[in-house]
Design a protein around this ligand. Structure first.
Ligand SMILES: COc1cc(/C=C/C(=O)SCCNC(=O)CCNC(=O)[C@H](O)C(C)(C)COP(=O)(O)OP(=O)(O)OC[C@H]2O[C@@H](n3cnc4c(N)ncnc43)[C@H](O)[C@@H]2OP(=O)(O)O)ccc1O
Ligand SMILES: O=C(O)CCC(=O)C(=O)O
Ligand SMILES: [Fe+2]
Length: 361
């Protein structure tokens, strides 16, 4: 049952942290108390709020690419072009059955609608494995201002491990979503690879581009003062590629590489939003761009999204691919162990594109 105002006492800011972070109620629990004003620790510095004048709603839009002709050169060309110029695009007719998408969205609502005692079984403190984590904000201990989002993060190790440890109310749907998306992911990676002179996605390349997968279920509850905070702050993903399913509410904004404007990513039913992550930017020696994005908080609707982070294996060493620098191109990144890179990302607050400095020469 949702906690009521009488059970939650927020006179002291420390009470909010205790309720949201430590007790596992999340911002969903806070929102459901009927709280009327944003607690101070969610107030973002002025420059981090999405001020309307920097948002371009009309002139620019990320490309929407129809994948229904998967062998057509035009599709490959459009994808590689978008990866270079935007780092973001949407795909339609991608071959992933629409009921799989509906099922994982329903499963996301089911998980977040569980009573707090059930969800708390998966907090960092209580989870039986580090591969399953229910949390809030991004890195609450490192953040000066918290973010208005709860999440369940599922790192895939094996079907058996998932069967044992992932929450019952969403594990089958999350696994099916991940598995049914793999053909599309391979296709995207083949297109992106060919354009970098990678002849085929053999075992070594597959392990480097898509050797590990993390599925997150994100929940952004209604926020009392959405203009003062963010759902997710400015960041780029550390993945090779991210495949994002969003519902119909909207709120994701991408920084345009050409104008610097924040551009909204309008929900397109049945589509995926695809973005290049830092690992791909590094492997491509900067040819493909991992681009800053962020999510608005919303004053009237709850929102969900379900990203699949397609990553190198944690133990992989990532650096500019030999195929890319074979022509004498100067490497701009050094080799780094991927898990070191990800740990560096997770241990600080969101800070735009700064994570990639970790790998800069
Ligand atoms: C949550 O809000 C987010 C998330 C994102 C994510 C964007 C991405 O691109 S995620 C894809 C990242 N890639 C991978 O996960 C694949 C490679 N994985 C690894 O190398 C390892 O699994 C590891 C991530 C390095 C963790 O290794 P391990 O040695 O097992 O260490 P832990 O003790 O589990 O964690 C260490 C430290 O990391 C933080 N952390 C770990 N997992 C998560 C998680 N799922 N979500 C958030 N933070 C996590 C955490 O700080 C841990 O320290 P603690 O002291 O808290 O234990 C984008 C935007 C968002 O808003
Ligand atoms: O919810 C969204 O639209 C984007 C979330 C995101 O950027 C992330 O989880 O990395
Ligand atoms: Fe992201």
């Amino acid at each position: 049952m949702a906690p009521t105002l009488s059970t939650a006492n927020f006179a002291d800011p420390a009470e909010v942290t205790e309720f949201v972070v430590n007790k596992g109620n999340g911002v969903k629990g806070l929102s459901e108390t009927g709280i009327k004003a944003l607690p101070d620790q969610y107030i973002q510095p002025f420059e981090e709020r999405l001020i309307n004048k920097f948002v371009n709603e009309t002139d620019e839009a990320i490309p929407v690419i129809d994948m229904s002709d998967p062998n057509g050169n035009k599709v490959a060309e459009a994808i590689c072009d978008a990866a270079e110029k935007w780092g973001f695009f949407q795909v339609i007719n991608h071959g992933v059955p629409l009921d799989v998408l509906d099922n994982v969205k329903a499963a996301t609502h089911r998980f977040f609608n569980l009573p707090v005692e059930e969800k708390s079984r998966f907090t960092k403190e209580n989870s039986l494995t580090t591969n399953v984590r229910f949390g809030t904000s991004f890195s609450p201990r490192a953040e000066k201002a918290l973010e208005w989002k709860d999440y369940l993060s599922l790192f895939f190790v094996s079907e058996a491990e998932a069967e044992q440890f992932w929450p019952d109310v969403c594990k089958n749907e999350a696994l099916e979503y991940m598995n049914k998306s793999k053909t599309m992911v391979r296709k995207l990676l083949e297109y992106l690879g060919k354009n970098l002179n990678v002849k085929e996605l053999d075992e070594t390349k597959e392990s480097l581009f898509m050797g590990s997968i993390r599925v997150n279920l994100n929940y952004y509850p209604i926020c009392p003062n959405p203009d003062l905070t963010v759902g997710v702050g400015r960041h780029s993903d550390v993945s090779s590629l991210t495949i994002l399913l969003q519902d119909q509410i909207g709120g994701l904004h991408v920084r345009s590489l050409s104008s610097g404007n924040w551009v909204h990513v309008p929900p397109v039913p049945g589509s995926f939003v695809i973005n290049i992550g830092d690992a791909m930017q590094i492997l491509s020696n900067g040819r493909y761009k991992s681009v800053e994005h962020r999510v608005l908080a919303n004053g009237s609707n709850n929102r969900i999204s379900v990203p699949i982070f397609v990553n190198p294996k944690p133990e992989s060493v990532i650096g500019p691919l030999p195929e890319v620098i074979a022509n004498g191109e100067e490497p701009i990144y050094k080799d780094v162990v991927y898990s070191d890179y990800v740990r560096y990302f997770f241990k600080k607050a969101h800070d735009g594109k700064k994570t990639v400095d970790f790998a800069k020469i």
